[in-house]
Design a protein around this ligand. Structure first.
Ligand SMILES: Nc1nc2c(ncn2[C@@H]2O[C@H](COP(=O)(O)OP(=O)(O)OP(=O)(O)O)[C@@H](O)[C@H]2O)c(=O)[nH]1
Length: 433
C-alpha cells in the first residue's frame, strides 16, 4: 500500500476508492482524475482502509465503496467509512428493494451498479455534482421543524449548504440577507405567507435563470402544482417522495442553472482572459453611464495596449503571449472588478488591447488610478511555462468628456493612445474636452 506517492494539488478534492478489483479501481482513478478536480487514493481491502483512516493524513471529500470485499463481504466498509463522516457512493453488483431503502436511511449519497463504462461516467458526473453543490446555498421553507430537518439531512448528504425558513415572510428575509441562495425548496401550506405567494414574490426579483424554486406538497394535488408552475415554479415534488427522485429533480434543476450560467459567461466574457468582451462592455458601460451621470460623477474612457507585444510572440512564442495576456487579465480583474465600489468596467477588446470605463469624482482620480496600473504592469513578472520571467510595459490613452457617448469617447481615447505610443510608449496620455 502506497499512500505517500500521490501528489495533491491545493484545489483538488480527495476521493477515497475502496475496491478489490485492481482493474476497476484503475479505470475509476483515471476517469476521476482526468476531470482535474479530484485526486484518488485507492485501497483494495478493509484492513488497508482501517490503516489509512487511522493515519488521518487526508480529508476525503467523498468515498466510493465496494460492498463486497474479501475481508468484509457484508458491506462492513459502509458503516466504517460513514463513521468517519465521508459522504459515500457504493458499488454493488445487485440490488434488492430492502437494500435500496437502507442506502438512504444510512446516509449514503447513491448506489451504482457495476455494469460497465457508462456507470463509471455516472460516478464521475456524480462527484462533479457534489463538488458543485458544495458551493450552492439552498433555502428550505417549511413550518414543520421535523420536515425541515429531514430535508436538510438529505441535502447535506449531497453537500449543499442549507439555510432554513419557517414561512414565506421568513424566506423573503433570508433571501434578501443571503443573495447567494440559488435554490428554494418550499412547502405550500404555511402560516403568514404560503408557498404560492412566496413563489410570486421571489419571481419579481429572481428570474428562473437565477434561482430554482421547487415546490413540495402532499401527493394528488394536481391543481396546486399546475398553479405553482404557472407562477414561475421550476419543479414540483409530491410528498411522500422517493429519496432517489428527490435528488434527481434537484440535480436536474441545478444542472440547468449551471448550463445557463456557463452560457451567460461564454456570451459575455473573453475566452482567454475571462474579462468582459467588447459587446458586453457596451451593454454594461451604457448602464453605468446613465446611473453615474445622474450622480454628478465623472466618466472616463481609457484604452490600454501592451507595448511591442508582437516581439513577445516572435521571441518567446504565441503561448508565451497568451500567458502574458492571461496574467494581465487576472491583474485587471483583481484591480477593476473584484473590489469595485465605483463600478468601473474593463474589457478585452481584442489582441493586446483593453478598454476601461472609469467612474471617479474628477479626472485626476482617474489619472492616478491608471498611472498606478501602468507602474504595476511595468513591475509585474509574467511567468512563462519554463519558469522564465518576462516583463512588459503598456501605453494608455484616457479621454474624459461628460457629453460624449461611449463610442465617440473610445475614438478619442484611441487618439490619446496613439500619442502615448508616439511619445515613446510606457506612459499615460490624457485628452479632455
Ligand atoms: N499570443 C497572442 N498574440 C496575439 C493575440 N491577439 C493578437 N496577438 C498579437 O499581438 C500582436 C500585436 O502587434 P502590433 O499590433 O504590431 O503591436 P505591438 O507589437 O504591440 O506594437 P505597439 O502596439 O506599436 O507597441 C500581433 O503579433 C498579434 O499576432 C492573442 O490572443 N494571443
Amino acid at each position: 500500500m502506497d499512500f505517500g506517492s500521490v501528489m495533491y494539488s491545493k484545489s483538488s478534492k480527495q476521493i477515497l476508492v475502496v475496491e478489490d478489483s485492481v482493474m476497476f479501481s484503475r479505470i475509476l482513478k483515471r476517469s476521476i482524475e482526468s476531470t482535474g478536480d479530484f485526486t484518488v487514493v485507492a485501497v483494495e481491502n478493509f484492513a488497508d482502509l482501517k490503516v489509512l483512516l487511522a493515519e488521518k493524513k487526508q480529508q476525503f471529500f467523498a468515498g466510493l465503496l465496494d460492498v463486497n470485499l474479501p475481508d468484509a463481504p457484508n458491506g462492513e466498509v459502509i458503516d466504517f467509512v460513514l463513521a468517519h463522516n465521508i459522504p459515500s457512493v457504493i458499488f454493488t453488483s445487485k440490488l434488492d428493494d430492502s437494500f435500496r431503502k437502507k442506502i438512504y436511511t444510512k446516509g449514503l449519497v447513491d448506489y451504482v451498479l457495476k455494469e460497465g463504462p457508462a456507470n463509471v461516467e455516472y460516478v464521475v458526473s456524480l462527484l462533479s455534482q457534489l463538488k458543485r453543490n458544495s458551493d450552492i446555498d439552498v433555502l428550505v421553507v417549511d413550518d414543520s421543524a421535523s420536515i425541515r430537518s429531514y430535508i436538510k439531512h438529505l441535502l447535506v448528504i449531497y453537500q449543499f449548504n442549507v439555510l432554513e425558513a419557517v414561512d414565506g415572510i421568513d424566506a423573503l428575509r433570508m433571501v434578501k440577507e443571503n443573495p447567494s441562495i440559488s435554490l428554494v425548496l418550499t412547502d405550500f401550506n404555511m402560516p403568514n405567507m404560503d408557498g404560492l405567494a412566496l413563489t410570486k414574490a421571489l419571481r419579481r426579483e429572481h428570474s428562473s435563470q437565477q434561482m430554482a424554486i421547487i415546490g413540495m406538497s402532499a401527493f394528488g394535488n394536481n391543481q396546486l402544482s399546475a398553479h405553482f408552475l404557472k407562477l414561475g415554479g421550476s419543479d414540483f415534488i409530491n410528498k411522500p417522495f422517493l429519496e432517489e427522485e428527490f435528488f434527481c429533480r434537484i440535480n436536474q434543476n441545478m444542472d440547468l442553472l449551471e448550463h445557463i450560467n456557463k452560457l451567460k459567461f461564454l456570451a459575455t466574457r473573453d475566452f482567454l482572459t475571462g474579462l468582459f468582451n467588447r459587446r458586453h462592455f457596451f451593454e454594461v458601460g451604457n448602464k453605468v453611464l446613465t446611473r453615474y451621470e445622474k450622480k454628478g460623477l465623472q466618466i472616463g474612457i481609457a484604452l490600454l495596449d501592451i507595448d511591442h507585444f508582437k516581439k513577445v510572440n516572435d521571441n518567446y512564442g504565441h503561448d508565451a503571449g497568451d500567458i502574458v495576456l492571461r496574467q494581465l487579465g487576472a491583474l485587471l480583474i483583481e484591480n477593476f472588478e473584484a473590489d469595485n465600489a465605483n463600478h468601473d468596467v474593463v474589457a478585452r477588446f481584442g489582441g493586446e488591447e483593453f478598454c476601461f470605463l472609469l467612474v471617479a469624482e474628477n479626472t485626476e482620480q482617474m489619472q492616478q488610478k491608471l498611472s498606478t496600473l501602468r507602474a504595476h504592469i511595468e513591475k509585474e513578472r509574467f511567468v512563462l511555462n519554463d519558469g522564465f520571467n518576462l516583463q512588459v510595459t503598456a501605453s494608455i490613452g484616457l479621454f474624459t468628456d461628460p457629453s460624449l457617448d461611449i463610442e465617440s469617447a473610445i475614438t478619442m481615447a484611441d487618439k490619446a493612445l496613439y500619442q502615448a505610443k508616439e511619445n515613446g510608449r510606457n506612459q499615460l496620455v490624457l485628452l479632455d474636452s
